[in-house]
Design a protein around this ligand. Sequence first.
Ligand SMILES: Nc1ncnc2c1ncn2[C@@H]1O[C@H](COP(=O)(O)OP(=O)(O)OP(=O)(O)O)[C@@H](O)[C@H]1O
Length: 339
Amino acid sequence: MNTAGWTPLHAQLHRTLRQRQLLPKGSRSLVAVSGGQDSLCLVQLLLNLQPKWQWQLAIVHCNHQWRQDATANADYVEQLAKDWGVPCFIATSEEKLTSEAAARQWRYQVMAEFACQSGYSSLVTGHTASDRAETLLYNLVRGSGADGLQALTWQRPLVPGVMLVRPLLEVTRAETGMFCETAQLQVWEDSTNQDWHYARNRIRQELIPYLQTHFNPQVEQTLNQTAELLRAEVEYLEAVAIELLHQCSVETDFPPRLDRSFLKTVPLALQRRVMRQFLVRILPIAPTFDQIEKLVGLIAAPNRSQTDPFPGGMIAQVDDRWIVMGEMNRTEGRSDGIG
Ligand SMILES: Nc1ncnc2c1ncn2[C@@H]1O[C@H](COP(=O)(O)OP(=O)(O)OP(=O)(O)O)[C@@H](O)[C@H]1O
């Protein structure tokens, strides 16, 4: 085993884990290892810190079968785990997953299922500050609000009982690369270049270097600061919005309805969040910006105004002080250009 000595990166990770309480002492954690530099750096750092924290660590690798070298990649991760004396689980997709989205969905599903079944309380990934900066820029260009710009959080529940934890969010890709080199960890290069990877590679190879050269050499760090500030604000606003939603609706009400006379007194930023939370609870798929805006438009609209159908067929209609969700044929009103 190539052990790196105690480096500033070890100290930084140790500090982050303590301050943010990401991986409690003695906990059972599953480390997601692709074989790339970020997850190799992550697992090596965690193994070095293990004596201090007494975790029970295991490695999980997902073979999407989409690259010619996928099985060799999986074998490589398995061999590394053997050398380290760490349990390793390889999940192999039954079919060849060719789209980025399908691969990601399958990957998180099998890793979450495995963590649940085997009693691991965390799934740890190697997402870095560079990933976070790139995700923020990617979402910015696509027109995201603060929620998309907070881009990758330190931890979030993956499924009941399992947290997804990203302890390297303050470490840049340049640092993980340097660490692997010093620790003589051979990195498995990812040869894919599609979808999100394709867009992200262009952000990584063209946009970030441009910003670094012409605007700010520390742009990855400053984008991370932005993401961190937004994360706290989003967390706060979401908590307020949930509270407001409770105040302007009755959970057991059917059809679902909202008290718009109450919502009129609320600032627009919160109106939007309340409406999103409301729609998330009743629509079969995540609401879009336009759908949320249509519902917000009803707060001050004339009585009997209505939207056009949401996915699943429901429409929203104004009934005096209420906005009522209902089946399309139950409501007869005028749309007033809101829908
Ligand atoms: N095939 C894999 N097997 C196990 N873990 C993986 C695999 N691919 C990625 N990961 C984990 O996910 C982290 C992020 O990888 P990558 O940036 O390639 O994924 P992404 O698709 O861009 O992001 P996300 O995982 O959030 O969808 C890696 O550091 C690693 O921990």
